[in-house]
Design a protein around this ligand. Structure first.
Ligand SMILES: Cc1cc2nc3c(=O)[nH]c(=O)nc-3n(C[C@H](O)[C@H](O)[C@H](O)COP(=O)(O)OP(=O)(O)OC[C@H]3O[C@@H](n4cnc5c(N)ncnc54)[C@H](O)[C@@H]3O)c2cc1C
Ligand code: FES
Length: 515
């Protein structure tokens, strides 16, 4: 069986190769003349170590020095050893240049131009070798503006398996591509482009998704929706689409269609112009509902202008929500540096244009590990204080209850895996809170309750299976130290228990990042 492997390089270029189920990714890659980093070719040196973003594979044989168990758990892999069991997306830790490859170049013909309004134009192209153009939903290409040598980046608004290749462009006065599309473009024109590019693409769906589009940032999200429909994705997806004026509002009929063809898809839209006739005026953040944010158990994909990315980030922060994954692509339609306008412009204008350069950035943010560590460190510090107030002073009845709670928390763990992570989170919370209750110090209890350990565990451990194997005994050992009134042992156990808890959370967070 043959699979498709996407090799995503550090400079944003993605190359796709075909890899048989019984050949290594490195062999397939060299067969395609793509020189990914390689040295021993034997799973011994770790030179080829890469990150697998999605898909399943047989990791092959290698030694711990090349790839540790922990790295393998996090999704790192050795292409010189791995063989695919499904299509894969790999992040290769080098540039396409070093790997002696480059983006593909294609020649296309415009088959349709749709003037949605004065501000937005859509166009569709056709290429003869459509099968050679493989891309991930959300990626873009660099199109050469006809009659110039300048290129502009545009995201596909159609899905990877669609025969048609469409784009959605915001028209900016004085813009090179904008004016070509508005004033001169004709069906039948030739467009040259290179690609695909970019690391803003749909990851394997593991949870609810929230898609946020600003203006023509809708294009890559339409491509993502197309892929979700092809895959018959069964997680809820909500899209919020925000534009500046009514003229910018496009493709609502297409979104409406998706509500019928994609189970669990819903959307809403808003226009910031107060004079708009749209039902919702304002910004996308005004349309967020608690179900869309799902207490942070959500993958957010945002494509829009830089201020929108910042506004969403600030909003989530103020709501105390940290999404499991936050993928964003910022682009605006200001002057594009390096284009023919720059080449043709007098020096002073070039400077001006560079100053007006768009902020373009693709990024990912995940549940921050530091936030989790800080919560567990704070719990440990408070627990050490609570221990000082209670050790040697607990009644027999309290000690018995403490033991019952410890035993209850062990019931949902077997060695190094959860049998029921949700039940563990609950019983663990009762166990830890009990010590603070025993202090009869309301201020300390309140300080403990202000921590977000339990909320964080609920969110992060929802789909986790691995748990540090020591956790199972830690609670019982802590109770035993209290029963003996052994302050030193209790101190040591509380500290080491915190490290085991942090390791468990770390693994779960990193797994959700790779997912
Ligand atoms: C990864 C990525 C994906 C993108 N995807 C999309 C997409 O799907 N849809 C979309 O609409 N856009 C997208 N963009 C933005 C797009 O690439 C262009 O930047 C945008 O369309 C403007 O190009 P243009 O040729 O029309 O304008 P440009 O020629 O780049 O000019 C833009 C503005 O700058 C002004 N200007 C031009 N020359 C100068 C100068 N010398 N000094 C000062 N000002 C000057 C112009 O008057 C105009 O107002 C994307 C950008 C990136 C980076
Ligand atoms: S090349 Fe040495 S481990 Fe892969």
């Amino acid at each position: 069986m043959t699979f498709q492997v996407a090799l995503s390089f550090e400079d944003g270029i993605t190359r796709f190769i075909k890899c048989d189920g019984d050949e290594t990714v490195a062999d397939a890659s060299y067969r395609a003349r793509i020189n990914i980093p390689l040295d021993c070719r034997d799973g011994a040196c770790g030179t080829c170590k890469s990150l697998c973003e999605s898909g399943t594979y047989d990791g092959g044989d290698y030694i711990e020095e090349a790839l540790t168990d922990e790295e393998a758990e996090q999704g790192y892999c050795l292409p010189c050893q791995m063989m695919p069991e499904s299509d894969l997306v790999l992040q290769i830790p080098t540039t396409s240049d070093v790997a002696k490859t480059a983006a593909g170049t294609f020649s296309s013909t415009i088959t349709e131009i749709r003037k949605f309004s004065d501000t937005t134009i859509g166009f569709t192209i056709d290429i003869a070798n459509r099968d050679d153009l493989v891309f991930l939903p959300g990626q873009y290409v660099n199109i050469t503006v006809p009659g110039t040598e300048a290129t502009r980046s545009y995201s596909f608004s159609t899905g990877p398996t669609s025969k048609e290749l469409s784009f959605l462009v915001k028209i900016t006065d004085g813009g090179l591509m904008s004016e070509y599309l508005r004033d001169r473009a004709q069906v039948g024109d030739t467009l040259e482009f290179t690609g695909p590019m970019g690391s803003f693409f749909l990851r394997e769906q593991k949870r609810r998704a929230l898609l946020l589009a600003g203006g023509t940032g809708l294009a890559p999200l339409l491509s993502i929706l197309d892929k979700m429909r092809t895959d018959a994705a069964d997680h809820p997806v909500h899209l919020v689409y925000g534009v500046s004026s009514d003229a910018d509002l496009v493709e609502l009929d297409k979104l409406e269609e998706y509500t019928k063809s994609l189970p669990q898809f819903t959307f809403d839209y808003c226009v910031s112009d107060p004079a708009s006739s749209a039902p919702n005026k304002g910004y996308v953040t005004g349309l967020f509902e608690p179900t869309h944010l799902n207490d942070g158990d959500v993958d957010v994909y945002l494509c829009g202008p830089p201020p929108m990315v910042e506004a969403v980030r600030d909003h989530l922060k103020s709501e105390g929500v940290t999404p499991a994954n936050f993928y964003f692509e910022k682009f605006n339609n200001a002057a594009t540096p390096g284009g023919s306008a720059a080449a043709a412009a007098p020096e002073a204008e070039v400077v001006e244009m560079v100053e007006a350069a768009p902020e373009y950035e693709i990024g990912e943010e995940h549940q921050p590990l530091s936030q989790s560590d800080a919560q567990f460190d704070a719990r440990m510090a408070l627990e050490l204080g609570a221990m000082e107030l209670t050790i040697g002073r607990m009644t027999q009845e309290q000690l018995s209850e403490y033991r019952i709670l410890a035993e209850a928390s062990c019931k949902s763990i077997e060695n190094d895996h959860f049998t029921d992570a949700g039940a563990f989170t609950d019983t663990n919370a009762s166990f830890h809170e009990f010590l603070f209750r025993c202090t009869t110090n309301d201020v300390l209890l309140e300080a403990y309750n202000r921590l977000e350990v339990t909320q964080l565990m609920t969110k992060v451990l929802r789909t986790a299976d691995w748990v540090d194997e020591h956790i199972q005994h830690d609670h019982l050992d802590i109770v035993a130290a209290f029963e003996k009134g052994d302050r030193a042992a209790a101190h040591e156990l509380i500290v080491s228990h915190s490290a085991h808890a942090k390791a468990t959370m770390c693994r779960a967070i990193e797994r959700s990042t790779v997912a």
